[in-house]
Write a protein that binds this ligand. Structure first.
Ligand code: SF4
Length: 395
């Protein structure tokens, strides 16, 4: 890919004009993502919003969920992570089955339909304490314990599990597929540079991009509706962002399984190694979302509202069509200092922008009625919760 370090108005205009003709290349996306504040950014966002409106009309979706942090022990040490803990560190925790089911049941009573399992990656590989915990729970691996919890949540509460446990091999995916109508793994970035000394993934064995692409590809082979995304502002270049978006697009073109792409912005926190690293500006986030929309076309593009504080409606203007999971019960354990907005308030602010907020399931509507994308045993469970449109039944 040609690396561009600056752009000109003429170059930007040509790239935008080509995009309007339906042509977007890595090179033109690299030009567009350098949009300058003012006319360039406005026209880029308008083009992205127009494409979103053509595909999604005035509908913007969210999923009503509970967040289940099954374990926050993790063998990786990502520079931006506040979630992970070592055994013995204050707040280190692996949830018991009773705790998991208690949260899921409370969520079900509040009308939640998704149980998002987010957890550290393979802690048993480096922590004997985790191996002992798992042995007490009757398991050898965290992923095996996760599978049992997904099965029990599904059977005992009716919530649909959506597992987001880090890297998974084919066998793990096959097992989890039986209880998860959809799953996820953030690609974060295709940049190998981020694993070099001093970079955010220099002590994160599960973050080499090739490994993450492999899991996403394996999910595609197994026809698992899959959530992925990029994390922006962690030291990647604009061109590397574009590369990451094209890598996701190429996987979807091959397997048709990417149900949503999250464009998540790095937020600094006093407790993390990257506490002094600059956060991406709102303008930078907006132009990345707009380019993501133009590269990804009809795919679902999401940005979490709570990571943009009170300014989040700009995300709609940049081209997203989904707010992600919103919980009326549990905090965002990955960003605990950033509460989700109340669903009523989210609906009001979405309406001010001219959109209707619609509840979806953890699995997107376009996958709900496609036999090959759902394990046979799950199809009826999912369809009980879905309206004819594939969105969530709300009454
Ligand atoms: S971001 Fe995920 S993989 Fe990285 S340290 Fe945190 S929990 Fe572990």
């Amino acid at each position: 890919m040609q690396v561009l370090t600056s752009t000109s108005s003429a170059g930007f205009g040509d790239a935008l004009a080509a995009m309007r003709e339906g042509v977007i290349t890595r090179e033109s996306a690299s030009t567009l993502i350098r949009a300058r504040e003012g006319d360039e950014l406005d026209s880029l966002m308008a083009a992205a919003a127009k494409l979103r409106n053509r595909v999604n009309g005035r509908r913007v979706t969210y999923s009503k969920k509970v967040f289940i942090p099954l374990t926050n022990l993790c063998r990786d040490y990502c520079g931006y992570c506040i979630f992970r803990k070592d055994p013995g560190q204050a707040g280190a925790r692996t949830m018991t089955p009773d705790e998991v089911l208690g949260v899921a049941e409370a969520g079900a009573r509040l009308g939640c339909k998704e149980a998002l399992f987010s957890l550290g990656d393979r802690p048993e590989a480096i922590f004997p304490e985790m191996r002992e915990t798992l042995a007490r729970l009757g398991h050898r691996t965290t992923l095996s314990y996760l599978a049992e919890m997904c099965e029990r949540v599904l059977n005992e509460t009716g919530l649909l599990p959506h597992a987001n446990p880090g890297l998974m091999g084919r066998k793990d995916l096959e097992t989890l597929r039986q209880f998860n109508p959809s799953m996820g793994l953030m690609l974060e970035s295709t940049s190998d540079r981020l694993t070099l000394p001093g970079m955010p993934h220099d002590n994160a064995p599960d973050k080499p991009p090739s490994l993450r692409l492999k899991t996403i590809e394996e999910a595609g082979r197994l026809k698992i509706p899959f959530t992925t995304g990029i994390l922006i502002g962690i030291g990647e270049t604009l061109d590397e962002r574009v590369d990451s978006l094209f890598a996701i697009r190429e996987l979807h073109e091959r397997y048709g399984h990417i149900q949503e792409v999250i464009i998540q912005n790095f937020r600094a926190k006093p407790e993390i190694p990257m506490r002094d690293h600059p956060e991406p500006s709102q303008m930078d986030h907006a132009r990345t979302i707009a380019v993501a929309r133009l590269v990804l076309g009809e795919m679902n593009v999401q940005a979490p509202p709570n990571l943009s504080d009170d300014d989040y409606p700009f995300l709609l203007r940049a081209g997203i069509n989904d707010w992600g999971g919103i919980s009326p019960l549990t905090p965002d354990f990955i960003n605990p200092e950033k509460p989700w907005p109340h669903i009523e308030r989210l609906a009001e602010r979405t309406a001010v922008e001219g959109f209707e907020l619609i509840e979806r399931l953890s699995i997107y509507p376009e996958f709900v009625f496609r036999e090959q994308f759902l394990d046979k045993s799950l199809a009826s469970r999912v369809r009980t919760l879905a309206a004819e449109t594939g969105y969530a039944k709300t009454s």
